[in-house]
Design a protein around this ligand. Structure first.
Ligand SMILES: [Zn+2]
Length: 85
């Protein structure tokens, strides 16, 4: 089953990785696959029930070296607003 996403939707979707590159339907090997492939890092995101799952945790393939490990929770940066008084 091929991905039947609205071309306009595909146009505004972007890779959740640091590249934020455009996505293309299918894979280079299988254009009819139910995935979206990043045109930059090559990660493949599943499309479930017609809804693209643009999560790095769900992505398959790509180049792990292209992205710093441990994307997500970093304890750095604590601007939680320590109020005085
Ligand atoms: Zn990407």
């Amino acid at each position: 089953m091929a991905v039947t996403l609205d071309p306009q939707l595909l146009d505004i979707l972007a890779c959740p990785s640091a590249d934020h590159a455009p996505l293309t339907a299918g894979t280079p090997d299988d254009p009819a696959a139910d995935v979206l492939t990043c045109t930059s890092c090559g990660r493949q995101y599943p499309v479930r029930d017609g809804i693209p799952v643009l999560l790095l945790d769900e992505a398959v393939g790509g180049d792990p070296a292209a992205d710093p490990a441990g994307a997500g929770d970093s304890p750095a940066g604590g601007d939680s607003g320590a109020g005085s008084a």
